[in-house]
Design a protein around this ligand. Structure first.
Ligand SMILES: Cc1cc2nc3c(=O)[nH]c(=O)nc-3n(C[C@H](O)[C@H](O)[C@H](O)COP(=O)(O)O)c2cc1C
Length: 180
């Protein structure tokens, strides 16, 4: 199974989530080839060559960071032929989260889902029974908060990284089931 975890990260938070997802995936499926790649280095061939595509972004102004959107828009070239159809997709995000209701992480995850569904992919959500969900989970995927209540940078919580690891393992389990 070829797994691509592609992400954008300016300050390392989204990268840490990506690494935790990769670690969880590898634990659940030791034979999977899991590749971590910056979205800036991700080409259409990487997407078409993967069985599982997990895409991560920081929240920028309430939505995905532009390098992620750039890749998404480039995939429009694939839309007519449909080579991503039936591939398994997952998403994750980090945000500073300033303000009681957060800073747009939910709509960022949901909009990535719609991009995947546009291609006919199978999107794997994040069930609430999994470890880390209470701290770093949303039904759409794991998320991390990298800002404190004063709006200053803060380390991602252990719970968020646990959520990322358990999401990686969950996507692996779902992919194995779907690809059998
Ligand atoms: C240009 C810019 C816009 C941002 N906009 C938001 C936002 O709308 N909501 C939010 O929660 N965080 C926002 N943030 C904070 C980042 O999402 C957050 O720090 C994230 O964890 C950074 O991830 P990274 O370390 O992988 O770059 C913004 C950061 C930048 C640089």
């Amino acid at each position: 199974m070829q797994v691509l975890i592609s992400y954008h990260s300016d300050y390392g938070n989204t990268r840490r989530m990506a690494e935790a997802i990769a670690a969880g995936f590898r634990v659940a499926d030791a034979s999977a080839r899991v590749e971590l790649k910056l979205v800036e280095m991700t080409g259409l061939d990487d997407l078409t060559g993967a069985d599982v595509i997990i895409l991560g972004t920081p929240v920028h102004m309430g939505s995905m960071a532009w390098p992620v959107k750039k890749l998404i828009d480039e995939t429009a070239k694939l839309w007519m032929e449909g080579p991503l159809e039936g591939k398994i997709g997952g998403v994750f995000a980090t945000g500073g989260g300033f303000g009681g209701a957060g800073g747009g992480v939910e709509q960022t995850l949901v909009s990535l889902h719609s991009n995947f569904l546009e291609h006919g992919m199978i999107v794997v959500g994040f069930p609430k029974s999994l470890p880390g969900y209470a701290d770093g989970g949303l039904q759409w995927g794991p998320c991390g908060r990298s800002g404190n209540h004063e709006g200053m940078p803060a380390a991602l919580s252990d719970g968020s990284l646990t959520a990322a690891r358990s999401y990686g393992a969950h996507v692996a389990e779902m992919a194995k089931r779907l690809m059998d």
